[in-house]
Write a protein of this length. Structure first.
Length: 367
């Protein structure tokens, strides 16, 4: 439909310069420039390297996205950008670019929340997001369970990791096993040939008195590292495939168990899974099994839309336009710890009081 909003989205919260173009809930372009190779030798993302790479990639990636979408910048109905959470310097590059383009083109600017975008992207794959939807967001920077009743205005935190993010655990275990960075995809691959029941690794925060929806992966990480060390110390070969499969099983068992439980407790019958770890093949299979058994409809976007990208930002921006949400002010700033309870940042003249949530979020949501 021609009357659906045409929006360009810019994502620079971590190491991916993503620029997407959508019309309503239809994906037109998803251009990505990644600096992941530049970080690989450090075993993790180096913020300054990421910021510089964003700066270099920004204009060519925007040009590529517009070309791929076959649209002209002057036809856009708005420009959306990740305002947070994420790496401060990296976010700043995206926000500055979005402001410059929006101002020069005379288009409204929408500063949006990275986590809400990870949820909203599923609209590009499976159509309008049911309200409410439970979302399990699992990536290198965040692991949270969120309840969304309106993706443009009402996203509530149900639980989050109290230590490492799920993807971080994959990355750290891959490092211990000398499998390189990022760890998720390679562990996924090795695990396919391993036995998930070979080693009984601990399931964090699953005791009767533990918080039902929070996660912890640091104990698991230590247990796996110790197990590997013990094998090496005894001069035995480390069964990499079995370790990968058993570790992965421990992670996805807890993630799916808690997500399904949250849906049941809250009477929500749609679960979406997003973030880089949602690309995990075993997570997808187990989530499908458990959702089917519980009568829950599962929505997982294709892997390319699960990892950080610009299309997800454009998707949320388009929803903001469609629902008549106010645009951001020109003084929009990047907020590295933007709370998930703020799906978008309307700017100073529209701000509401989120200071207390903000403090909470610093502790819980982006650890
Ligand atoms: O969403 P994302 O691209 O960036 C962040 O916002 O962090 O997620 C990257 C994370 C990395 O930790 C990576 O190891 C993990 O997602 N990941 C996976 C898989 N593919 C990527 N984890 C498990 N299995 C995978 N197949
Ligand atoms: Zn992300």
């Amino acid at each position: 439909m021609a009357d659906e909003p045409l929006v360009l989205g810019i994502e620079t919260s971590c190491d991916e310069t993503g620029v997407g173009v959508v019309r309503g809930r239809t994906l037109l372009a998803d251009a990505i420039a990644s600096s992941v190779d530049e970080h690989a030798r450090f075993g993790g993302v180096v913020p300054e390297v990421a910021s510089r790479a964003h700066l270099e990639a920004m204009v060519p990636t925007i040009d590529r996205a517009l070309k791929e979408a076959g649209v002209s910048a002057k036809d856009l109905d708005g420009i959306a950008v990740t305002a947070g959470p994420g790496l401060a310097g990296a976010l700043l590059v995206g926000v500055s670019a979005a402001k410059a383009y929006a101002y020069a083109l005379g288009k409204p600017l929408y500063g949006v929340n990275h986590l809400a975008s990870h949820i909203c992207v599923d609209q590009l794959e499976h159509g309008a997001l049911p309200e409410p939807t439970m979302a399990l967001l699992v990536s290198g920077g965040h692991s949270s369970l969120l309840l969304s009743t309106d993706i443009t205005s009402d996203v509530r935190p149900m639980g989050a990791t109290i230590d490492d993010a799920a993807g971080e655990a994959f990355d750290k275990i891959a490092r211990v096993l000398d499998l390189g960075f990022p760890g998720g995809p390679v562990i996924d691959r090795y695990a396919r040939e391993g036995d998930p029941d070979a080693i009984a690794f601990p399931r964090g925060l699953t005791g009767p008195r533990d918080p039902a929806y929070d996660f912890s992966f640091s104990g698991l990480k230590t247990a796996v590292a110790r197990w590997i060390e013990a094998k090496r110390a005894a001069g035995e070969e480390v069964p990499v495939r079995d370790v990968a499969a058993s570790f992965q099983e421990a992670v996805v068992d807890v993630l799916t168990r808690k997500a399904v439980r949250a849906c049941k407790d809250q009477g929500v019958d749609h679960l979406m899974i997003g973030g880089g770890v949602a690309a995990n093949s075993r997570l997808r299979v187990l989530a499908q099994e458990r959702c089917e058994a519980a009568g829950i409809r599962l929505r997982v976007p294709r892997p390319k839309l699960c990892t950080d990208n610009g299309a997800m930002v454009a998707a949320l921006g388009a929803e903001m336009v469609a629902r008549g949400r106010s645009a951001s002010d020109w003084d929009l700033s990047a907020d590295s710890s933007l709370p998930v309870t703020d799906p978008h940042v309307p700017g100073a003249s529209h701000t509401h009081d989120h200071d207390h949530v903000h403090e909470l979020a610093k502790d819980n949501l982006y650890s």
